[in-house]
Design a protein around this ligand. Structure first.
Ligand SMILES: [Zn+2]
Ligand SMILES: [Zn+2]
Length: 310
């Protein structure tokens, strides 16, 4: 299926965009050149009327008031392409808190919800307990150095990046892959029951951003998806379909794991959206990478959510 829309676009208003030229106008021009007929901005947004369940540096600035300034940036008349304003918000599965309330949602054309930003440890998903053990071991080692107090050693250890902790990890490892697989299943299930979402999901198009694609998981993703049975996917996706919620297909979904998962979703009657998740203008053509999976799944425009059909 040819991609004619992209509804997962971050411009410079998202903190993780490092392209200061990622303006609305340039994106619109780029999308038009690519032949897209519909585009949707979905900057990272936390509705400030929802208290944070835990401190979040990432979302402190990215409020509705901040992100909705994009509306004034979109030209009144954009010939040849439809431009929507949505948001990508957070579902903090470990607290069952959704970062978008009903009143704020009413200002949007659509909403993407992520349940897989698992790199936000302690905000979205609990941290791997092995890292706490490793940090204690590192702090102990550091405190043996002259002039370093135990407090300072603990501070240094707390800031050490996870991939530098390998020598201090415990011999017996926590099953973090299995834990993450379980967490994702549970978090999607509890999202579908979430009261905040239920208060507006029948009125606003909602799609799950990058389902079961844990951020920063790299090659472990395959092992993680293998832990989730087809029955479990089926049970989840039947509910997703019944609730009229969509699932996003993005440029990184092309392998056999994705094929298994999305085939089940299709069988369950789920509808889909396409999104590049681009943060810079250079990534705009990536939306066409979704055609690999949509062709393999045999999707047609009838498998798309209504709001992205053009
Ligand atoms: Zn995301
Ligand atoms: Zn995104």
């Amino acid at each position: 299926m040819k991609a004619y829309h992209d509804v997962h676009i971050h411009n410079y208003l998202s903190s993780c965009s490092n392209d200061s030229g990622a303006t609305v106008e340039r994106y619109i021009e780029g999308a038009r050149q690519l032949g897209l007929k519909l585009m949707g901005f979905a900057n990272h947004t936390w509705d400030e009327s929802i208290p944070f369940p835990a401190p979040s540096g990432f979302y402190s600035r990215q409020s509705m008031a901040f992100q909705m300034q994009i509306k004034a940036q979109i030209p009144q008349d954009v010939p040849g392409i439809k431009v929507l304003v949505g948001a990508e918000t957070e579902y903090c599965g470990m607290y069952d808190v959704l970062g978008m309330g009903k009143e704020a949602a009413e200002q949007l054309d659509f909403l993407l919800i992520s349940h897989t930003h698992v790199h936000m440890r302690g905000f979205v998903m609990p941290a791997n307990p092995d890292f706490a053990v490793a940090r204690r071991a590192l702090a102990e080692r550091l405190s043996t150095a002259e002039g370093i107090t135990p407090e300072y050693a603990a501070l240094l250890a707390s800031k050490a990046p996870e991939d530098s902790l390998e020598p201090f990890m415990p011999a017996e490892r926590f099953d973090f892959v299995g834990f993450t697989a379980d967490f994702m299943v549970k978090s999607l299930r509890s999202l579908l029951e979430n009261e905040t979402l239920n208060s507006y999901a029948d009125r606003l198009p909602v799609s799950v951003a990058h389902p079961f694609q844990p951020v920063n998981f790299g090659k472990l993703r395959h092992a993680m998806l293998e832990r989730i049975s087809s029955n479990t996917f089926g049970e989840l996706f039947e509910t997703v379909a019944a609730r009229g919620i969509g699932l996003e297909i993005n440029p990184h979904t092309g392998n056999d794991d994705d094929f298994r998962m999305f085939s089940i979703a299709k069988e369950c009657g789920c509808k889909f959206t396409l999104g590049s998740d681009m943060h810079t203008r250079a990534e705009a053509p990536d939306i066409f990478k979704t055609e690999v999976l949509t062709a393999r799944l045999g999707l047609t425009e009838y498998d798309l959510m209504d709001f992205v059909r053009v």
